[in-house]
Design a binder for this molecule. Structure first.
Ligand code: UDP
Length: 324
């Protein structure tokens, strides 16, 4: 009996591998290391390979007695997906289909899937619940929306049960700073702000200052990666207890503007953050703020890091160690 974690050398995947191990599960990490990091492989057994390779998938399922899957492996940059839809659909859709087909071949019935709040697109409410209309604005968001549909259809046809977790903005780092956020190139707001604070980048560019939000910059809901890791374990337990396919939002329920996050970073680091206003980034929604009541009610999940300062400060702690 083992839990397969695809993308377990990545940001959320490595934190989840740690939490799964801590809670007594046998973990097998599958990663092609195209964006993952070898030094994040601290928990479980590692299988290096690609989800495009069905024979490799078959071998991993056979050798390790996999009975459940958490699927993180995917490309994640909204802006890049607009420029390169081909590689986004191939990796996030085609390769995920390979994984699901492997599960069907090996009788593995349970999967937790990394979806995204990006599936909602333009918000039609202040806080978005799971029944908010889905209007993806980028190939990245479409790839997540498509896979949610595929999972529903594989459920009907093949009995595969899934939980899709729609993350809002994953942020922060492991409190022990054993793993954290490291993307090459980095595109995410908090690591870029902290790099600007540390003088490792000249400034932080604010993408869009004319959005219909209080200060004109985008609002996002920053959820600590350790809270996300906890939700994945709960989602696996939920499926293991026989529950049906479902979708859950994971966020804190508070929106912070880009400028507010810059102010928080100034506060946490005690350093200046040079700011440059810049045009909007293609594919960005003006505001994505969650209503996560369903995950709280059904999974018994509750974010432990409700204060955005704690989120930014755990990231600062990690980056200072990682940059050494
Ligand atoms: N953002 C920004 N400057 C940057 C990177 C991001 O202004 O250098 C903004 C981006 O437009 C979005 C928010 O910060 O409104 C969060 O972006 P991120 O890429 O971190 O996550 P996403 O919302 O795309 O998942």
């Amino acid at each position: 009996m083992a839990t397969l974690v695809t993308g377990g050398a990545g940001y959320i995947g490595s934190h989840t591998a740690k939490e799964l191990t801590r809670r007594g599960r046998e973990v097998v990490v599958l990663d092609n290391l195209c964006t993952g990091h070898r030094d994040f492989l601290k928990w479980g057994v590692f299988e290096e390979g690609d989800l495009a390779d069905s024979a490799f998938i078959d071998r991993v399922f056979e050798e390790h007695g996999i009975d459940e899957v958490v699927h993180f492996a995917s490309f994640i940059a909204v802006g890049e997906s607009v420029q390169k839809p081909d590689i986004y659909y191939r990796n996030n859709v085609t390769n995920t289909l390979n994984l699901l087909d492997g599960m069907v071949r090996h009788g593995v019935e349970r999967i937790v899937f990394s979806s995204s709040a990006a599936v909602y697109g333009e918000p039609q409410a202040e806080r978005l619940a799971e029944d908010h209309p889905l209007n993806p604005l980028s190939p990245y968001a479409w790839s997540k929306r498509m896979m949610e549909q595929v999972l529903a259809d594989y459920g009907t046809a093949f009995g595969l049960r899934s939980v899709s977790l729609r993350y809002f903005n994953a942020a922060g780092a492991d409190l022990d700073a054993e793993v954290g956020e490291r993307h090459q190139p980095e595109t995410h707001l908090i690591p870029l702000i902290l790099a600007a604070a540390a003088g490792r980048r000249p400034s932080i560019k604010v993408f869009g200052t004319d959005y219909p939000t209080p200060d004109g910059t985008c609002l996002r809901d920053y959820i600590h990666v350790a809270d996300l890791a906890d939700a994945h374990v709960r989602a696996l337990d939920h499926l293991a207890s026989g529950e049906a396919t479902d979708v859950f939002n994971l966020g804190n329920g508070n929106g912070f503007s880009v400028r507010e996050i810059i102010d928080v970073a100034r506060d946490v680091t005690g350093l200046d953050v040079p700011v440059e206003d810049a045009p909007r980034r293609a594919g960005d929604s003006p505001a994505l703020v969650s209503a996560s009541d369903k995950a709280m009610r059904v999974l018994g999940w509750e974010p432990r890091f409700g204060d955005v300062r704690e989120v930014v400060s755990s990231a600062w702690n990690w980056h200072q160690k990682d940059w050494q």
